[in-house]
Ligand binder design. Structure first.
Ligand code: CU
Length: 171
């Protein structure tokens, strides 16, 4: 019974919204900004649902002299927004998130995973810095990275060590 009432109310609200659009485009944006009118906005808005994450194209180019290595991967998201807040590895002392700037790079504390989008690490852009390897990396090794997200918890991925010149899409 209550459900029916809600449905009917929604339909009425929608009709009103369409009418407002026809009458003047600005009205809708203004309504979104204030929020909460009639108790119908908020939780069901696009992009606010749970994040649905998967990790693809992960690799670590073999560092020339062991020691410090970079790591790259793509976090895909078929749901609402999330945030990568920490990366650790059982096989390395420290993993940090870096962003390249035109002249150098800077460490960042978190990285946005946009709703229905992707967080992409790539050469010359956002990357991981992996230091203090327990065992010097070699071609064909895999390093576990534990990616912790603000909402989705921790996702563990096994990242392969590839040739220094490797790019995703090559084998
Ligand atoms: Cu860096």
């Amino acid at each position: 019974m209550a459900g029916n009432g809600t449905h009917r109310f929604r339909r009425t609200a929608l009709t009103g919204a369409v009418l407002a659009t026809v009458l003047g485009g600005g009205a809708i944006l203004a309504a979104c900004g204030t929020g909460g009118q009639g108790g119908q906005s908020g939780p069901s808005a696009a992009g606010s649902g749970p994040a649905r994450l998967s990790v693809a194209d992960s690799y670590i180019p073999l560092p020339p002299a062991g020691g410090m290595a970079a790591g790259y991967l793509t976090v895909r998201n078929d749901g609402g927004r999330d945030e990568l807040v920490k990366v650790t590895s059982p096989g390395a002392e420290s993993v940090t998130m870096h962003r390249s700037t035109p002249s150098s790079m800077e460490q960042v504390d978190s990285l946005d995973v946009p709703a229905h989008g992707a967080l992409q690490f790539a050469r010359g852009g956002t990357h991981l810095m992996i230091m203090g390897w327990q065992k010097a990396p070699a071609l064909g090794d895999e390093l576990e990275l534990d990616l912790t997200f603000a909402k989705s918890g921790t996702i563990a991925v096994k990242v392969p060590v590839k040739e220094l010149t490797y790019r995703p899409g090559q084998s």
